[in-house]
Design a protein around this ligand. Structure first.
Ligand SMILES: [Fe+2]
Length: 235
């Protein structure tokens, strides 16, 4: 079965018809390119009537046409499906704004420098929205306490990151990552290991930790950590 990605909602009608390229996206991209329906049809070997039908929402282009359609409209298939200009946004992005996608079936982790339509094991994955790693009252009540608090210490020339989180087969921290503008340092963890990792300090803006049950948590490198660092350098 081919699984078509869900598109993010922009609050605009053209992006609300989820899962597949929409007529209004085709129309918008065709007009942007300065093509008539006939000219587009000719490029992808269909009739202008077919293009007209798609644009009016009375049918969808066959999946075998998507690649050619993307080429004719100067966008990637991903952009066609998401109805967005992924490329343009990515040019100005940096790694510190990376999005994390995690597959709930196989545990695959995908990092993207910008919005992407990501699917794994037949599931379209939404980007993870990190929660602040500060103590959560709901968690405290449910006995988890501050298990998702990301502790950051400076040890020698590295950040030593740890969480006092269970590391059982069913409930564990599956990765910790240090994210900066220029790159991501990523440490995969497994049950029975300690929930800890070391990272080179340079350029790190935030630390992410992912719990297989509770999702993604984030701790920003704060002034306190930085001041400790400068103190260490002075000493
Ligand atoms: Fe957890």
């Amino acid at each position: 079965m081919v699984h078509f990605p869900h598109t993010k909602s922009h609050g605009m009608e053209e992006f609300m018809t989820d899962n597949y390229v929409t007529g209004s996206v085709i129309k918008r991209l065709r007009e942007k390119k300065g093509l008539t329906q006939e000219e587009l049809a000719e490029k992808i070997f269909v009739t202008s009537k077919a293009v007209s039908k798609w644009e009016c929402g009375r049918g969808f282009p066959d999946i075998s046409l998507l690649e050619g359609l993307g080429r004719a409209l100067d966008v990637s298939v991903i952009e066609l499906l998401s109805g967005d200009c992924v490329q343009n946004k990515n040019r100005s992005s940096n790694m510190s704004k990376s999005l994390v996608y995690v597959c709930p079936v196989c545990g695959n982790v995908i990092l993207a420098t910008g919005e992407a339509v990501v699917s794994c094991c037949g599931i379209t994955l939404p980007p993870q929205e990190p929660e602040d790693s500060e103590v959560n009252l709901d968690e405290a009540e449910s006995g988890i306490g501050n298990a998702h608090k990301i502790n950051i210490e400076i040890v020698e020339d590295e950040y030593f990151v740890s969480l006092s989180h269970p590391m059982t087969k069913d409930h564990y921290i599956s990765f910790i990552a240090a994210v900066g503008a220029g790159g991501v340092q990523f440490v995969k963890l497994y049950p029975e290991q300690n929930a800890e990792a070391r990272f080179k300090i340079d350029g790190v803006k935030k630390i992410l930790a992912y719990c297989n049950r509770h999702g993604l948590f984030e701790e920003r490198i704060n002034k306190f950590t930085k001041s400790k660092r400068s103190l260490k350098i002075i000493l």
